[in-house]
Design a protein around this ligand. Structure first.
Ligand code: GLU
Length: 484
């Protein structure tokens, strides 16, 4: 489908899905892909359902002495591979349906990028801004305790990670709570996204944003797709906007700008700013730290609302906040030809249909934001191996490279300079290996998805990604012992 700028009214055939909940929307996308696989209804149903849903309610004592009841969930969507894996979200919007949808997306995401885990997700229904650090620590430790009690956490069982509203700090509290209750030798692998000092891995914080960049780069290097959109290949020179300047949005924008793309708009809680001449990301971050807002930055125009960002003139929009942001209502106002889903579920199923009809290219969340879980997988491996990447081979590799360099120098009859020599003989450290593994995973997954898209003559990458996931998970269920 080529880009059709004037198709502003969705076709009559589009099924409006406004009343569909998030989990139903995920399943709707699944159902569209299922006919392109060879699995029967029974297997498909087993893949789709959430295997276990655990709801917990517990009290905490607030700083002012009052007691508050807190609701939380942990959903393990699929046990076709173990452990299950997925972040923990803190938000006032958390509920069972959202947690189920996000757990399901984790299953498909892991399969798409060949991370050998089932999908899971956790959520606590709180608005973090309303709690002190002390209260957040209490909530995190109590929630972890509830997970331990019911066997919903453990290196071989279910391994949480950060998500919206949580970070390395919370993961550190989770590990500490788990360790107090267990003498498991592999205890450090019970959670990922930890601080480095507590068994975390270099490169995890920026991993999702870094992966988003790799995914966009691969897509923009696909000449046939860029031709259909009327865009040149490559990231360099493309303009983009980002919704959400959290960990994922910030790092996506950072690597995009480093690669020569131009950031022209940002949306945050307080509103939206737009400047066609480009926004300096670092200066913007400093400005927000100082003033508490992005509004009024540099020469930018301020706009009301967070979703108005999608209507701005640019090549790529990167939603990097919450789900259901691009809807059938605002999709016709989108001018960008590429939608890069850094958030989970940012585009509703009907908006996706409309944008596809119009010829836009959507890089789906289940592929694009998988960088976080990919590097979580590396962290988990590091934890069960009890050794930092590069520790065994870095010096050995450097010595080998040094011998080769000396040999070349002798043959050439001249020496390299000091700086050149250092560059040529540098062995890979943990960050280098993580980054290389992340890049490899994103490239391989992109190739798999585009191959499937061509094989089945599919029009969109999301359906192709789902087909890829269903194929990998279906085989596992087929071979699993189903008790008579
Ligand atoms: N919360 C992240 C996601 O949605 C990371 C999950 C993980 O590392 O387990 O992909």
């Amino acid at each position: 489908m080529v880009w059709q700028p004037n198709r502003l009214t969705p076709k009559k055939s589009i099924v409006y899905m406004k009343h569909y909940k998030f989990y139903e929307q995920v399943n709707h996308n699944f159902d569209k892909a299922a006919p392109f696989t060879r699995f029967d209804k029974g297997i498909l149903n087993q893949i789709k359902v959430c295997n276990t849903v655990y709801k917990v309610v517990f009290p905490i004592k607030r700083d002012d002495g009052s007691i508050q009841v807190i609701e939380g969930w942990r959903v393990e969507h699929s046990h076709h591979k173990m452990p299950t894996k997925g972040g923990i979200r803190y938000s006032h919007k958390v509920d069972e349906d959202e947690t189920m949808a996000l757990a399901a997306l984790m299953t498909y995401k892991c399969a798409i990028v060949d991370v050998p885990f089932g999908g899971a997700k956790g959520g606590v229904k709180i608005s973090t801004r309303e709690y002190s650090d002390r209260e957040l620590e209490k909530i995190t430790r109590r929630y972890t305790f509830e997970l331990i009690k019911k066997g919903f956490i453990g290196p071989a069982v279910d391994v949480p990670a950060p998500d919206y509203g949580t970070s390395a700090r919370e993961m550190g509290w989770i590990l500490d709570t788990y360790r107090q209750m267990s003498d498991d030798l592999n205890a450090e692998a019970c959670v990922t996204g930890k601080p480095i000092q507590q068994g975390g891995i270099r490169g995890r914080t920026e991993a999702t944003g870094r992966g988003v960049y790799f995914g966009i780069r691969e897509t923009c290097n696909h000449k046939a797709d860029m031709d259909k959109l009327g865009l040149s290949t490559g990231v360099e020179g493309k303009t983009f906007v980002v919704q959400g300047l959290g960990n994922v949005g910030y790092h996506s924008a950072l690597y995009m700008t480093e690669a020569g793309a131009k950031l022209v708009g940002v949306a945050e809680m307080e509103g939206t700013i737009y400047d066609p001449n480009g926004l300096d990301l670092k200066a913007l971050m400093d400005y927000r730290k100082e003033t508490g807002s992005i509004i009024g930055f540099g020469n930018s125009t301020s706009l009301k609302g967070k979703r108005v960002i999608f209507e701005q003139e640019c090549d790529i929009i990167i939603p990097a906040a919450l789900e259901s942001q691009i809807t059938i209502e605002n999709a016709p106002k989108i001018k960008a030809k590429i939608i890069a889903e850094a958030a989970n579920g940012p585009t509703t199923a009907d908006a996706h249909e409309y944008l596809k009809e119009r010829g836009a290219l959507i890089i789906p969340d289940s592929y694009l934001n998988a960088g976080g879980v990919i590097v979580s997988y590396f962290e988990w491996l590091k934890n069960i191996q009890h050794v930092r990447y590069g520790r065994l081979n870095k010096r050995f590799d450097e010595a080998s490279l040094m011998r080769i360099v000396s040999e070349i120098e002798q043959l050439a009859g001249k020496s390299f300079g000091e700086v050149e020599r250092k560059v040529l003989t540098r062995g890979a450290d943990e960050y280098d290996l993580v980054d290389s593994g992340l890049e490899e995973s994103m490239i391989t997954a992109y190739e798999q998805i585009t191959t499937i898209r061509e094989e089945h003559n599919l029009e969109d990458l999301r359906t192709a990604a789902f087909v890829n996931a269903i194929n990998k998970i279906g085989i596992m269920y087929e071979q699993m012992g189903i008790f008579p």
